[in-house]
Design a protein. Structure first.
Length: 153
């Protein structure tokens, strides 16, 4: 089995909807070889990352940066995973009230240090809430699961 791990800080109803759309997208592939698990950053530990075949990270933008929950996750998991998760395929979505640049760069810096492999450009959902954010997140989940299913990563 291949394991798609979705780690999302979802403190609002809209970020819950985004997370759920990613999960639904991943499950829509109906793969016999890919399973999907979604966790809060608070409930994720290094063993989850070491067992993952690919990861989708989701965070709101807080003061131009990733959420404190996502930063806490990286603080706890960085060193235990440093030598064990190199090359891990990942992507991310950012619910940004502004432009998402600071959050994107922060995640990029940390994941570069971990030597993870970005397989899709970060999905930055910025500005006022728009319903099409849901379909974009659904597509992100589906593409990640399909990539795993096809053996692309």
């Amino acid at each position: 089995m291949k394991h798609l791990l979705i780690i999302t800080h979802a403190p609002s109803q809209n970020t819950v909807r985004l997370r759920d759309a990613v999960i639904e997208g991943a499950l829509s592939i109906k793969s016999a070889v890919v399973d999907c698990k979604a966790l809060s950053p608070f409930n994720t530990d290094p063993s989850h990352l070491m067992n993952a075949s690919a990861i989708i990270l989701g965070t709101p933008e807080n003061l131009g940066y990733m959420s404190g929950a996502m930063k806490d996750f990286f603080d706890r998991c960085y060193y235990p995973c440093l030598e064990h998760t190199q090359g891990l395929p990942f992507s991310t979505f950012i619910r940004a009230g502004h432009d998402g640049t600071g959050t994107k760069l922060a995640i990029q810096s940390i994941t570069t240090g971990l030597k993870w492999t970005l397989v899709q450009e970060p999905l930055i959902l910025h500005g006022d809430w728009q319903e099409h954010f849901i379909s974009q997140c659904h597509e992100l989940g589906a593409v990640m699961a399909a990539g795993l299913d096809a053996g692309i990563y």
